[in-house]
Design a protein around this ligand. Structure first.
Ligand SMILES: NC(=O)c1ccc[n+]([C@@H]2O[C@H](COP(=O)([O-])OP(=O)(O)OC[C@H]3O[C@@H](n4cnc5c(N)ncnc54)[C@H](O)[C@@H]3O)[C@@H](O)[C@H]2O)c1
Length: 451
């Protein structure tokens, strides 16, 4: 099957799309292809997820319910936990996790396993696009050899009979403005033909595609995007701590003022630490790779360290806050508001709340509770072992009963005016009370000049 044949198949929507990994990245992509009229099969090792999808249950908040139900009802989207029939797939996407090991080295086992599953079904006319965020050379150094070994046995040549590209994901969970369809995407294929066909496949669901000369460029580009955020957040976190040390300057006011510059500045805000599956992890992918070249990415490492210090900084402030109330740590009733890693999402992966709650338990706090409209229960590991908290009801009585409120995630659903009114003392890590009337003496604001 020639390159032209696959293009025709895609153009006429006769191509079958297979998405491996149905999480925050894979499921929205699968639903978008199905919405565009492509028969789409989702593959996930989690039988529970597959069962839920089969029963018409959408578990990713960013996928609009009506979109999900429409493609479920039409039969254009199906999900399975095995690879039966995968030989029929024309376009494979790999959207599996790329975590780090305990020692913060890249863990590419999920990518390898997905590539092996594709290799078992490789045939002429297939296109494979890796989307998982990873270090440069994963596509050509890991995915390509795994699939190529099987393809060669069938006499298939990469760039002629089958095609491989890297195209990083840019989805921003909770962002209503930028979705899969209207966020430009970068594509880099192993050969020019790979780039061509991958761009064409991606264009079916994304309005704007930017092609680059190789998968390595696309892989590095994605890391630049995420490390750019990590470095800039570290910068404001460091300055926030300086403001607190100096007193009398609010970093929030400083950023707001700097953001009036219409060029050359982009606002970033301080916070209790990084979270999510990307920003806290990706810098380690690059520093690990750099070491192979006797290169120390000191800038990146410094920013990761600065950001990782933030939960410790917050816990120190909570201890001081409790002391200022004249309460013993072990008796203090501390209510944490928000455990998701960012506003208005239910994703708790690598959330700063995990570290902060663990450190509070280690410091001797015994009466800890949390409330989060998006998270029913929350688990974390303290030195003494694993704990699971059930989310508490957020009402005036719960706020008044707390010696200290610790605001970690500024969900829009929180009743800020009521909290500011009823709380004895608030440790605010997000400047969440700026827009409601509040008694400034009741709020310890991170970066506010008196934290
Ligand atoms: N979440 C984001 O906002 C975001 C944004 C950009 C990029 N990314 C990147 O995209 C990738 C996926 O992230 P995510 O947030 O969607 O992860 P996720 O954990 O939400 O979903 C991954 C899914 O893959 C499944 N899976 C794991 N191994 C598998 C295998 N061998 N075969 C089939 N399914 C398998 C898991 O069961 C899970 O359902 C990561 O590399 C991440 O860094 C994520």
């Amino acid at each position: 099957m020639s390159r032209g044949d696959i293009k025709t198949k895609i153009e006429t929507k006769a191509a079958k799309v297979g998405i491996i990994g149905l999480g925050y990245v894979g499921l929205p992509l699968a639903i978008e292809y199905a919405r565009q009229g492509f028969q789409t099969v989702g593959y996930d090792v989690s039988s529970e997820r597959v069962l839920r999808l089969g029963a018409g249950q959408n578990y990713i908040a960013d996928v609009p319910e009506e979109h999900f139900q429409a493609v479920h009802a039409s039969g254009l989207f199906t999900a399975q936990d095995d690879y039966e029939g995968a030989g029929d797939i024309d376009v494979f996407y790999i959207c599996v996790p790329t975590p780090v090991t305990e020692h913060k080295d890249p863990d590419t086992t999920y990518i390898r396993s997905a590539a092996e599953s594709i290799a078992a079904h490789i045939r002429a006319g297939q296109l494979v696009i890796l989307k998982s965020t990873t270090y440069p050379d994963t596509t050509e150094g890991i995915v390509q050899p795994i699939i190529e070994a099987a393809a060669r046995q069938k006499g298939l040549t990469l760039g002629k009979d089958w095609f491989l590209a890297f195209s990083p994901e840019r989805i921003d969970p909770g962002n209503q403005q930028f979705t899969t369809a209207n966020t430009p995407v970068v594509v880099g294929g192993v050969t020019p033909a790979c780039t061509d066909i991958a761009c064409f496949a991606v264009q079916q669901v994304v309005a704007k595609v930017h092609r680059v000369s190789s998968p390595k460029v696309a892989e590095m580009e994605k890391l630049l995007e995420n490390i750019f955020r990590s470095v800039n957040i570290a910068l404001v976190n460091e300055l926030a701590r300086l403001c607190d040390r100096m007193g009398g300057i609010s970093m929030w006011e400083v950023v707001e003022a700097a953001a009036t510059k219409p060029f050359g500045f982009m606002p970033f805000y301080p916070g209790p630490g990084l979270g999510g599956h990307c920003i806290p992890i990706d810098p380690y992918y690059l520093s690990w790779l750099a070491r192979r070249y006797d290169f120390e990415t000191s800038f990146i490492t410094l920013s990761a360290r600065t950001n990782e210090d933030m939960p410790f900084y917050v816990v120190d402030a909570v201890v001081r806050a409790v002391a200022s109330q004249g309460v013993k740590v072990s008796n203090a009733n501390v209510l944490v508001l928000g455990v998701a890693f960012k506003r208005d999402v239910d994703d708790t992966r690598h959330s700063p709340a995990e570290k902060i709650l663990s450190l509070l338990v280690d410091a001797g706090f015994e009466k800890l509770s949390y409330s989060d409209p998006h998270v029913e229960s929350f688990a974390f590991t303290a030195r003494s072992g694993r704990r699971t908290l059930q989310g508490a009801q957020l009402d005036p009585a719960a706020i008044s009963a707390a010696d200290v409120i610790v605001l970690l995630t500024d969900h829009s659903a929180f009743p800020y005016a009521m909290i500011a009114d009823k709380a004895s003392l608030i440790v605010d890590t997000r400047n969440a009370f700026a827009s409601v009337p509040h008694d400034r003496d009741k709020i310890m604001l991170l970066g506010g000049g008196d934290f």
